[in-house]
Design a protein around this ligand. Structure first.
Ligand SMILES: [Fe+2]
Length: 276
């Protein structure tokens, strides 16, 4: 309990523990939990710990509720959960920019752009947009794609321009399944539920004098948009891409085929300054 000691004061710890314990006892009584089920639960939690899936289990079933409880009143762009695939130390680029990618990066090019503003409407020059996403096959660099094959693929820290504008050339992400090989995946399968997340872009947006914004932009029309396994989708974070097929537009961008654009403005509440 050493980590708990450092994060909770004793009255708060007692309040939380007593209520959690009482809730679980009520649950056992109301469902008449059997000894067999009790031991199955213990074995499951033991396996979750052994396989290092505690963060995954909590991400899937609980984090979106923690996000709602803590952020629903804050104003500005809605927040969304961070998820497990953020990486510190991403390359710093200035807008407009192209994110690190492979020579044969699969899928369609996407220009993701917008303005970073404060809730008072003022643009935030030089705002930092930490950006990361899955590729067109649903894979994250350094996690699903070995780091040495594609360092920081489709990841960057992008500095907005003097007007708070950013434009990031990237590739359209795919929906993906959360890791299914361990106990979390086995639980989803036993429940008869899928493991899919709708296609999305992750962003952590920061500017001195404003509160950090951790969010995700979800691609409109994705087949999993109404049943995200993590439950992170918020209506205001769903955005539509526009397809561009005009030859002159394609050539102006220096591309070889059709591309997509997605415009989304980030709005940060004024508040406590945090390190950018
Ligand atoms: Fe993700």
């Amino acid at each position: 309990m050493s980590s708990a000691k450092s994060h909770f004061d004793q009255p708060r710890l007692n309040e939380l523990f007593d209520d959690l314990n009482a809730t679980l006892k009520d649950f056992i009584r109301s469902h008449q939990v059997t000894y067999k089920e009790f031991h199955q639960a213990l074995a499951f939690l033991g396996e979750v710990g052994e396989k290092g899936e505690t963060p995954l289990l909590f991400d899937v079933f609980l984090e979106s509720t923690v996000d709602l409880v803590n952020n629903s009143e804050r104003g500005g762009t809605a927040t969304a959960v961070e998820g497990p695939f953020y990486l510190p130390g991403m390359p710093e680029l200035k807008s407009p920019c192209v994110v690190p990618h492979r020579a044969n990066e699969p899928g369609d090019v996407l220009f993701f752009s917008g303005t970073v503003r404060a809730t008072d409407g003022k643009a935030l020059p030089g705002a930092m947009v930490d950006f990361w996403q899955a590729d067109a096959e649903g894979a994250y660099s350094h996690f699903n794609i070995p780091q040495e094959k594609a360092p920081f693929n489709l990841r960057a820290r992008v500095k907005a321009d003097d007007h708070g504008r950013f434009e990031i050339q990237t590739w359209v992400p795919s929906s993906y399944e959360i890791p299914k090989g361990g106990p979390t995946g086995a639980l989803l399968k036993a429940l008869g539920r899928h493991a899919w997340r709708p296609a999305h872009l992750h962003a952590l947006v920061q500017h001195p004098g404003c509160e950090d914004l951790m969010t995700q932009i979800f691609l409109q029309g994705d087949q999993w948009i109404d049943s995200d396994v993590v439950g992170a989708v918020k209506e205001s974070l769903v955005a539509g891409m526009q397809k561009h097929e005009d030859a002159a537009e394609i050539s102006k961008r220096g591309l070889k085929g059709p591309f997509y654009t997605l415009e989304f403005d980030f709005v940060l509440p004024r508040g406590m300054q945090k390190a950018a």
